[in-house]
Design a protein around this ligand. Structure first.
Ligand SMILES: Nc1ncnc2c1ncn2[C@@H]1O[C@H](COP(=O)(O)OP(=O)(O)O)[C@@H](O)[C@H]1O
Ligand SMILES: [Mg+2]
Length: 265
């Protein structure tokens, strides 16, 4: 193959020995410590670990929102370090979808305008058939003209998922996408994410604290102190819970509610 990888078999996301330091020589924090991982197309990966383990840093480095101190990140075959800021922004907009805990919708825009915003920002005219299909997929065909404020939390997160899906990204990253939802609504959103993997071979990486959410994934990777310390394939809720308990610090039930960068003790 002339040394080039077949785009159909190469991983969608590849981190090679990624290390990320913050701070100066006196107060250096190792947020990620020599992390290597490959994520195949059409897989759903959950990232778990105690507060401060490096989950957000992992997601940010894997998405080109932050640059590793050393090591490399390839996404869709592209070495992110090879892209200057402007090209990286364009690449992110076109190839990566994001779903956050706070839905991050624009309140003044209708559902359909929120969903098509990434396309319009990258100068692409939204294809009506694709937009219709995505809205249908998330069950919001009837709410095209609604404003986010008129929707429930679960519906708003489904708008955010539609917005992520509509660019047909190489990967969707979620940072606690179900963190603000009640159990039943979270289950709907997770089912939707799972379907996009199973039906459309979407690739998804999701940070979560919730073993039930993690059990929707094909694989759970565990981070502690910036290091990748284990993985579970085809995880069950029981296995994830057991793994979390064996990591000690997580048995504190308040760890789930505590703001990650808050001052609470
Ligand atoms: N911008 C930053 N500046 C300094 N330290 C940071 C920064 N971002 C994260 N850290 C530190 O890196 C470590 C990992 O943080 P983070 O990736 O946010 O963990 P998690 O998402 O698992 O809670 C923590 O010790 C955190 O305080
Ligand atoms: Mg975090």
């Amino acid at each position: 193959m002339n040394g080039t990888q077949d785009p159909h078999t190469q991983p969608v996301v590849r981190l090679d020995s990624v290390t990320r330091f913050y701070g100066g020589p006196k107060n250096r924090v190792t947020a990620l410590d020599n992390v290597s991982i490959s994520l195949e197309r059409g897989t759903f990966t959950a990232v778990m670990g105690p507060s401060g383990a490096g989950k957000s840093t992992f997601l940010h480095c894997a998405a080109g929102l932050d640059r590793p101190t050393s090591g490399s990140v390839h996404l869709d075959g592209v070495d992110l370090a090879s892209l200057r800021e402007k090209a990286l922004t364009k690449f992110r907009r076109e190839r990566i979808g994001f779903v956050f805990q706070a839905f991050n919708l624009l309140p003044a825009l209708s559902v359909v305008d929120n969903v098509t915003l990434p396309l319009r920002l990258s100068g692409t005219r939204p294809k009506k058939a694709l937009v219709d299909e995505v809205l249908e997929q998330v069950g919001l065909s009837g709410r095209r003209r609604s404003r986010p404020g008129e929707l429930s939390g679960g519906q708003q997160q489904r708008v955010a998922i539609a917005r992520a899906l509509v660019t047909q990204p190489a990967v969707i990253y979620g940072d606690e996408p179900t963190g603000a939802l009640d159990t039943r609504t979270a289950a709907e959103v997770l089912t939707l994410l799972r379907q996009s993997v199973d039906v459309a071979r979407q690739t998804i990486v999701m940070v979560t604290h919730d073993p039930v959410a993690a059990a929707y994934a094909d694989r759970v990777v565990f981070l502690a102190d910036g290091r990748l310390i284990g993985t579970l394939e085809g995880p069950t809720v029981e296995q994830v819970t057991e793994q979390m308990q064996s990591l000690g610090t997580w048995s504190d039930p308040f760890a789930i509610q505590r703001p990650e960068h808050g001052v609470h003790r």
